[in-house]
Design a protein around this ligand. Structure first.
Ligand SMILES: NC(=O)c1ccc[n+]([C@@H]2O[C@H](COP(=O)([O-])OP(=O)(O)OC[C@H]3O[C@@H](n4cnc5c(N)ncnc54)[C@H](OP(=O)(O)O)[C@@H]3O)[C@@H](O)[C@H]2O)c1
Length: 285
């Protein structure tokens, strides 16, 4: 149903998953996770900071999909970085998710005591409670600081990535180091300027697909993992229906040529470093 790509630790990750950022209504979150898994999704992407890990765990358990088929990701927030704090935070995520070993844990942001947190993540892999570890929002400079210190290499870097922001510096570095690029805001956060771009609309009409499906297919053919968010069951199903057509090389080139330098989210590093380690999200029941 969905193609998957190899991670550097030997596991495989399916290329389309469900993201649950900003899905703070616990019932909506639980039912979206259940709908997605029942529709054939396997990756589910949550985070300590999304405050919905318990609802995600309930959605997985009530879906009827065997746990070993699901690819569950959560993330540590910088307020929880540092060896002891990250150890405790990982224990909290395991308890709230309550679905056994977590397939992938990411450092959510590259600020704070990253190396202390990484040691705790490596220990969790050694203990078998986490299968893979990775990073999010890390630049080349952040990875250059982490990689020489890492006993276990990050398998993914989850970053803002869509046809209007193609991470020109980062992608070649990730490829060179065998790190999979995972796209957040894969649909540009639902951006109408992206979804109405002529190259996308023309490909959608040529294939009888929607612009959203064309953008997701572009991610698949570029070799990315994409985690579109939706709480709408029809959108959830449609977003997985991207494996029955292929964009031509000319269509891919047309989308590649869309503006590559328009990130939707920008926060200066000094502000991230000042605010994120102090802002501690409180998990929902
Ligand atoms: N690591 C990080 O720092 C970070 C940051 C941001 C996000 N993320 C992850 O990335 C995930 C995705 O990001 P995102 O949710 O912000 O942006 P997104 O997936 O690019 O866009 C989501 C928007 O697109 C709409 N949509 C989805 N499928 C659609 C369809 N088939 N037709 C029409 N509209 C559709 C959704 O509305 P409906 O709900 O109505 O379908 C929602 O408004 C998050 O949930 C989270 O897991 C990670």
């Amino acid at each position: 149903m969905t193609t998957s790509i190899p991670l550097s630790n030997g596991l495989r990750m399916p290329q389309i998953g469900l993201g649950v950022y900003l899905v703070s209504d616990v019932e909506v979150c639980e039912s979206s996770v259940r709908s997605a898994l029942q529709a054939g999704y396997r990756p589910i992407d949550t985070a300590f900071a999304y405050r919905n890990e318990r609802a995600v765990g309930r959605g997985i358990r009530s879906s009827g999909v065997p746990r070993d088929e699901v690819f569950l990701t959560t993330k540590l927030w910088p307020s929880e970085y540092g060896f002891e704090k990250s150890r405790a935070a990982l224990g909290g995520s395991l308890e709230r998710l309550d679905t056994g070993p977590i397939d992938l844990v990411l450092l959510h942001q590259p600020v704070g005591d990253v190396l202390g947190a990484w040691r705790a993540m490596e220990e969790a892999v050694d203990q078998g409670v986490v299968r893979s570890i990775g990073v999010s929002n890390f630049t080349v400079a952040d990875l250059e600081r982490l990689l020489p210190e890492a006993r276990i290499a990050p398998v993914v870097d989850q970053v803002e990535l869509h046809p209007h922001w193609q991470q020109p510096d980062l992608l070649p570095y990730l490829e060179e180091h065998g790190i999979v690029a995972e796209a957040w805001y894969p649909l540009g956060h639902g951006s109408t300027s992206l979804l109405s771009a002529p190259a996308i609309v023309a490909a959608a009409s040529a294939h009888g697909k929607s612009p959203v499906q064309v953008v997701l297919r572009w991610h698949v053919q570029r070799g990315f993992v994409a985690i579109p968010k939706s709480t709408n069951p029809a959108h959830i199903a449609a977003n997985l229906a991207v494996f029955d057509f292929a964009l031509t090389p000319a269509e891919m080139a047309g989308i590649d040529a869309l503006g590559k330098d328009r990130p939707m989210f920008r926060m200066p590093r000094w502000l991230m470093s000042a605010v994120m380690p102090l802002a501690r999200p409180r998990p929902l029941p």
